[in-house]
Design a protein around this ligand. Structure first.
Ligand SMILES: Nc1ncnc2c1ncn2[C@@H]1O[C@H](COP(=O)(O)OP(=O)(O)OP(=O)(O)O)[C@@H](O)[C@H]1O
Ligand SMILES: [Mg+2]
Length: 223
């Protein structure tokens, strides 16, 4: 596939949405990238997210994250499968077609979120999650994954300052600490995950991301 698939991961309020938007603007605004970018990479940047990147995904997101839409607790295994359904639809209907036409896809959360939240957070079987992730993605991997590493309490405080928090944001702090530990383990064992220190200002975080992207764009040009 000729496009590039860049994923942003991390705990609630880590700055994923903020940084994805800043990265899109920066990529689109820089004329010099036309020289750096491979001819096959268009300057089309698509922002998407999980859950919720497709119409089905939006409906699933409502079910999964809105506190008041479903008067029933979604069981952990059902939740896992709903996330997988969102992902399968997302990969086939949106991500792959974008990559096939050469777009840069910036995706807010992907397979590592399921490992961190459902695996480490809820304690569901990691092997099973890997298998489900494989089924949902058909083996599609990101070209680059940023992990915005921020202390859980700071992230939640930032997220809550936005107002009306979702189900994940309402989960207890111990859950979020396990999620954070999941990201730490994932980053340790996976060289394609790049840790970004998200404790700094938006601008400083953005600079760290830009540096990595600059290196990657040059690398991708020759591969
Ligand atoms: N570096 C930063 N310093 C201080 N505040 C920030 C920083 N980056 C983002 N914020 C603010 O923190 C809040 C959370 O940021 P953002 O929504 O980008 O995080 P997120 O990772 O997308 O969160 P979620 O997982 O809940 O979607 C927002 O109000 C945002 O404006
Ligand atoms: Mg966000």
């Amino acid at each position: 596939m000729i496009g590039k698939f860049i994923v942003f991961e991390g705990v609630e309020g880590g700055g994923k949405t903020t940084q994805i938007e800043l990265l899109r603007d920066w990529l689109l605004g820089k004329e010099e990238w036309r020289q750096v970018l491979s001819k096959s990479i268009n300057l089309e940047v698509v922002i998407t997210r999980e859950p919720g990147g497709t119409k089905l995904g939006k409906a699933l997101r409502e079910l999964l994250l809105s506190s008041d839409i479903l008067p029933e607790k979604i069981q952990e295994t059902s939740e896992l499968l709903l996330y997988a359904a969102d992902r399968a639809q997302h990969v086939e209907a949106l991500i792959k077609p974008c990559l096939e036409r050469g777009a840069i896809v910036l995706c807010d959360r992907f397979i590592n979120s399921t490992i961190a939240y459902q695996g480490y957070g809820h304690g569901l079987d990691l092997e099973l999650i890997q298998q489900l992730n494989y089924i949902a993605t058909g083996g599609l991997k990101s070209d680059l994954t940023f992990w915005l590493d921020l202390d859980v309490e700071i992230g939640l405080a930032r997220a809550r300052s936005r107002g009306n928090f979702d189900k994940m944001e309402q989960a207890n702090i111990e859950f979020h600490r396990r999620v954070q530990q999941g990201y730490q383990e994932l980053a340790k064992n996976n060289y394609s995950i790049v840790r970004i220190d998200a404790n700094f200002t938006r601008k400083k975080v953005q600079q760290q991301i830009q540096e990595i992207i600059m290196q990657k764009l040059v690398e991708w040009r020759y591969t």
